[in-house]
Design a protein around this ligand. Sequence first.
Ligand SMILES: *Cc1c(COP(=O)(O)O)cnc(C)c1O
Length: 368
Amino acid sequence: MIPLINVSRQFQEMRNEILEAIDRVITSGQYVLGQEGSMFEKEVSDYLSSPYAVSVGNGTDALVLSLDALDIGPGDEVITTPFTFFASAEAISRVGATPVFVDIDPKTYTIDVSKIADKITSKTKAILPVHLFGQSCDMDKLMELADSYKLFVIEDACQAFGAEENGVKLGTIGDIGCFSFFPTKNLSTIGDGGLIVTKHEKLAKRLKQLRHHGSTKKYYHAEIGYNSRLDEIHAAILRISLAYIDAWNEERRQKAYGYDELAGVNGLQIPFRKPGHSHIYHLYCVEHAERDNLMAYLERNGVASGAYYPLPLHRQEVYKHLGYHLGDFPVAEEKASRLLALPMHPSLKAEEQQEVIRVLKAYRGNSL
Ligand SMILES: *Cc1c(COP(=O)(O)O)cnc(C)c1O
């Protein structure tokens, strides 16, 4: 079976460097909030050209702490997309606020900025766009809108580390940007990790306090916080990965161009690429009218694929009480039944990709 993502291959290629880094951490005697963490924060803020970077335990916590640092909580509304990984909305609910969904753009699958204004109320505090699959939503227009309504913008860039809009790294455009280093993400470690970037010094200080039990001075606590730090081992591994990220993202792009020959083949529609927006193909998703049949066919022919995402968030059991119905977000609902991710990762071999393409070209619909 050709897997969708092969993280083990990537980490095995880095095995010696990782073992050296782990050894360095063991010898240091500092395992949480030490030298590696602050070096990583420095290096990653340089890479992203963001003044402040605060590492945390995972991408979900990055979102939760960000909302908390902006004092968003019960009674507040945050506008986001129903077509994303659950954590984007979960974080809003976790701080006691209400996610308010807005349908997506049919081409980029990210929040449709032209539909946001209708959903803004006196309770709206922030917009939380998600740069889905590695490509930006329309941040230019979104920032304009947020400025005119004085709303905070928290970018969920968990799938888009290193991607840009008009030469600016995603995550650094809004007030706060959140990243995940979960093993399957473009920049990742062999466990959980997350990062928050911001251009506001005050927010960075608050976030550093929040991640460490609301404390900046040992055993003195200014507020109720969290225990959410990036372990030294993961920081050390991420420092290694950071040096490869541009090459990895480029490899993904080259593989995406390879898959592009599938455009129109057997009814397949390839991903849209927005001018001025760099796509880093966290996932390479094609559209197909018989998505589930095609998935089963691929499986029978030794190719793994994935439905992203099969159930939009407004239709999740846990959000029943929000009162949304089938038909509320027709674009998200349609894409949920059509999108299919193909094997994509930097260490995908040319012959594996050729096999995926061959199998897709041989698809003959329901008859097989
Ligand atoms: C992965 C992901 C998250 C959560 O990150 P974790 O590190 O797994 O907590 C949030 N939002 C999006 C869009 C993601 O893809």
